[in-house]
Ligand binder design. Structure first.
Ligand SMILES: [Zn+2]
Length: 292
């Protein structure tokens, strides 16, 4: 009986700790969404972020606690991030474990509907020689590596992502999650936002980070990839020029190149992507200072 009581008491203590520390993240000044995401079970840690398809959740727990949704990484500070892909189900489960004691808590994720968009591109982007196919595959692997979460890079710049001021008034020609039909054939989702802008308009970093890829790619044109910590990254495609190199440390708002019309593009625009590992998120949900 006493043993059971002890176990119960410890369990309550763990839950109390989780709650306390998850809430304390508010003191860091987390801006990417609000810190009021409540789980469905009592004792569930309160998380920060945006609980919608295309959004992101993050929180802080004592460093002795591990968080599992698949394999979420908890930093030495106890911070963790869970990205929510466009097809995230209505409820997700997170398991919080301290040694062998685990609690599973569920969180509701707002479901969205995404429009369909038909576009026409030149046939050269629809019919590939073996050389081009090999190039596409090589570039796909480079992008995969650029977006991978690095255990030793747990910066928290992702909490302060901001839409650069020169994009705030630009027309959005394609939104996040659009189902694309290219030359009559259904294609992958559009997992970014397109801003129409004249060639030569400065392209700026949405947050502090490190350049992981800067290349002239077949589909994406001249592209730059930046990592911001905890598996969060941003990508800037169809650029006219690239002004940074792999390994460069950049600041939020820093010019990384100029907007253009390279790659599979139908006019000068910036394709801005925000990813958690390999999952495309919705920049307009996560960036500060977007238009209403
Ligand atoms: Zn795009």
């Amino acid at each position: 009986m006493n043993k059971l009581k002890n176990i119960l008491l410890t369990k309550i203590k763990v839950k109390y700790l989780i709650c306390f520390f998850a809430l304390s993240l508010m003191h860091f000044g987390a801006h990417a969404g609000t810190c009021n995401i409540i789980g469905n079970e009592s004792g569930a840690p309160v998380l920060c972020g945006v609980a919608k398809q295309g959004g992101m959740l993050f929180g802080e727990v004592p460093t002795v606690i591990r968080v599992y949704k698949g394999d979420v990484l908890v930093s030495y500070r106890g911070i963790f991030v869970v990205g929510l892909a466009y097809n995230t189900p209505e409820t997700i489960s997170l398991r919080f474990c301290q040694r062998r004691r685990c609690d599973t808590f569920t969180y509701n994720i707002e479901q969205r509907t995404f429009p369909e968009q038909h576009i026409t591109v030149p046939a050269r982007f629809d019919d590939f020689t073996p050389e081009v196919l090999a190039r596409i595959e090589r570039e796909r692997q480079n992008v995969f590596a650029a977006r991978a979460e690095s255990i030793n890079f747990d910066a928290t710049a992702f909490m302060d992502m901001e839409l650069p001021e020169n994009l705030r008034t630009k027309r959005i020609t394609a939104g996040y999650g659009f189902r694309r039909v290219v030359n009559g054939t259904p294609r992958r989702r559009h997992l970014g936002v397109d801003f129409a802008a004249p060639t030569g308009t400065p392209a700026k970093a949405i947050a502090d980070g490190v350049i992981t890829l800067a290349d002239y790619m077949f589909f994406n044109g001249k592209s730059v990839y930046i990592k911001h910590g905890h598996g969060m990254s941003s990508s800037y495609m169809h650029l006219h020029t690239i002004d940074v190199n792999v390994g460069d440390v950049v600041k939020r708002g820093q010019v990384i190149g100029t907007i253009g019309n390279t790659g599979r593009s139908t006019g000068p625009h910036l394709h801005l992507g925000v990813y958690w590992r390999q999952s495309g998120l919705d920049p307009m949900l996560l960036l500060q200072n977007t238009r209403e």
